[in-house]
Design a protein around this ligand. Sequence first.
Ligand code: ADP
Ligand code: MG
Length: 706
Amino acid sequence: MKVSDIFASMVFSDAVMRERLPKETYNAIQRTIRDGRSLDINAANVIANTMKDWAIEKGATHYTHWFQPMTGITAEKHDSFVSFSGDGRMIMEFSGKELVQGESDASSFPSGGLRSTFEARGYTAWDATSYAFIKDGVLCIPTAFCSYGGEALDKKTPLLRSMEALNRQTKRVLALFGNNASMVRPTVGPEQEYFLIDREVYEKRRDLIYTGRTLFGAKPPKGQDLDDHYFGSIKPRVQEFMTELDVELWKLGIYAKTEHNEAAPAQHELAPVFDTTNIAVDHNQITMELMQKIAKRHGMICLLHEKPFAGVNGSGKHNNWSLTTDAGTNLLEPGETPSENAQFLLFLAAVIKAVDDYQDLLRISVASAGNDHRLGAAEAPPAIVSMFLGDELTAILDAIVEGSAYDAREQELMRIGVHTLPKFPKDNTDRNRTSPFAFTGNKFEFRMLGSAASVSGANVVLNTAVAESLRQFADELEGCENFEDSLHSLIRRVISDHKRIIFNGNGYSEEWEAEAERRGLLNLRTTPDCLPYYLREKNIELFRTHKVFSETEIRSRYDILMENYSKIINIEALTMIDMVRRDILPAVSSYCAKLAESAMSKRTFIYANISADPGTQKRSVATYEEDTVIRMNTLTEEVYADTDKLYDVVASAHGISDVTGQAIAYKDSVLPLMEKIRRAVDELEEMTSPDFWPYPSYGEILFSIG
Ligand code: ADP
Ligand code: MG
C-alpha cells in the first residue's frame, strides 16, 4: 500500500474540488477560503451537491456539522441525506443552505449562561478553510458554533477570529518592510503524548473508567527509573495499533510523521506535520478520537489524561507555532540578509513582549484539573511562564540592549538592519526541555499544554497576544521619519523592557522559582489560582480590541472553566469514596481477619506443641501478622474516618453556588483530603496480598502490554 494512494482519500480536498467543481464555483470557494468572503447561495448549492455525490460514492449516508463545543470534545449530530420526493420516492439531497449553516438544539452544551434554554438554538457555520471529510460513513463538515446572538459557544470561532486579528496586524508590519503578503497564517504542529494500557486491566479500575486517572496505586518496584522505554523498541501490539492509526489518519489527510515511545512505561507520542492552525486543531481533535477508537480494536485503551499515574511522567502536548505568509515564508526563520534579519528580530520581539505581557493568559490557556497535577512536577514545565531563546540569540539581544558589539571580532556597534545576524544552528536552540516556551530555530514550542485538551485555547491566546504586540509596533513605526532608527530603538526598548521573561536555565529547579519571583513573574500553581486573571481589565481589553472575545464571552468562559474544574474534582472524590467503601475497606478487612486468624492459630499451635520448651517464653510468635494487622488497623481507621469526612466536605463544596468559591473549596479542602486518603490506601496496598487487593497494581497496568 502506497501512502500516496490513500492519503486524503476521505477528504473533500482542494484536489477533489478542482476536479469536480465547475470552474467558477471552484474560484468562488477559493475566494472564500483565501479572503474569507462569504459564499453566495448558488455556489453553495453546487458545492453541497458535489460534496454529497462524492460522499455517497465513498459510502457515506449521513452528514454532520462537526464542531467543538466547550466540553473540549467534538460534537456531531448526524442527519441523513435522505429525503422524500412528492411521489414518495427516496432521494438523496443536500442543499447549499444545509452545508453553510446548520441549526442545532444544543441546550445541553455548556454556554456559561450565554444561551438560556428557552432560546436553545445554536447555529453552526461552515469553516470552509478546513476541508470536509468522511469519518465512519458520515460526511463531517467542520463548523463554528454560535448562539442566536452570535456569541461564540465553541473553540473554533475565537480561534478563527484570533487568526484574523493576527493576519491583520502582521500584514501591517510586513508592509513596513515592503512585503505585501495578502495573507499571513499561524502554523501549528502539536506533538501528542498518550498512554496505552490493556483493556482488561483498565476495566477493573473504576477510577480509570470514571476519571481517566488512577486515584490509588502504590509505586511499582520498576517505574521509569531505567529510562529504558524512551525511544525503546515498540512492542508488536503497539506497532499494529500505530500502523492502523497512521493509515486512518492518512486517509483523513493528517500526516502523522513521527511516532515513538516516551519516557514513562506504556507512554507514546505522535507528531504530525504542521499545518495552518485551525486545521491543525481540527486534526488534533480527530487524532485523539481515532487513537481512542483504534486502541479498542487492539484490545487496548488509550489514556489521554494529563496524569494517569502518580509518580510516573504525565502527558502533554507541545504546540509548535510559527507564522507563514501566503508565499510560504516562515516569519520566524532568521533571514539571510540584514533586512530579513531586522524583520525577524522584530517578530521575535513581538513574541517576547506577548509572552511577558500575557503570561497569565498563557497559563490560563493550559489550565485544567488534570494539567494541575503535571505542571511544575519536575517532569513538565513549571507553572511559571518563561521563554528559552538559547545562548546565541540571548547574546544577540543583550548586545542590542547594551548597544555593544555582538561579534567581538567585528568590533562594531550592533545595528539592526545594518549587520547580518549569524545563522542559528538549530541544535543549539531546542535542547532545553525544561522551558515552557522555547525558540527552536524557526518556530516556538509552547510546552505547557495538557494532553487531553484541545490546542485551540492556547493558540487563541498566542495569536491574539502577538497580534497586540504587532499592533503597537505598527502604530509606532507607520508614521516614523527614519524607519531604521525607529526600528532599532523600538526593538531595543522592547527587549530591555521584557527580558525578565527570558530564562535559559533549568526550569525544574527550585532556584528558578525563587529567581522568577524576584523577577516579578507570575507563578499560578492551580486552575483556581490562575483563572481569576482572565477577568483582569488588560485581558478583557486585549480580546475586545482584537474582536476575539466580547466581555460577555470571556465571563461565560470563565464560568465554564471554573465549573468544569469543580465538576471534575467532584467526580474524582465521589469515585474515591465509592472505591474505598465498596472495595478497599472490605478487602483490607478480610485480609486483616485472615492475618489475625493466622496469628491466633499459630499461637495456639505453638503454645500447644512446644510449651514444654523453656525457650517458648522468649520465642516471638506471629509478629508479622500482629504488626501488620495493627498497622493496617490504624490505617483503616484513618481511611474510614477520612472518607466520611471527604463525603461531608464534597457535599458542602457541591453546595456552594459561586463558581469561584466552589472551585477554591474543591482545591483547598477536597483535594488535600483525597491526597491524604490516597497515601494511606497506597500503604495498605503495599501490605495486602494481591489475592485480596481489588485492583490491578501499577506494575500490572503499566506493563500490561506484552
Ligand atoms: P521535536 O524535537 O520537538 O520532536 P520536531 O522537529 O520533530 O521537534 O518537530 C516537532 C513539530 O514541530 C512537528 O509537528 C513539526 O511539524 C512542527 N513544526 C516544524 N516546523 C513548524 C512550523 N514552521 N510551524 C509550526 N510547526 C512546525
Ligand atoms: Mg517537542
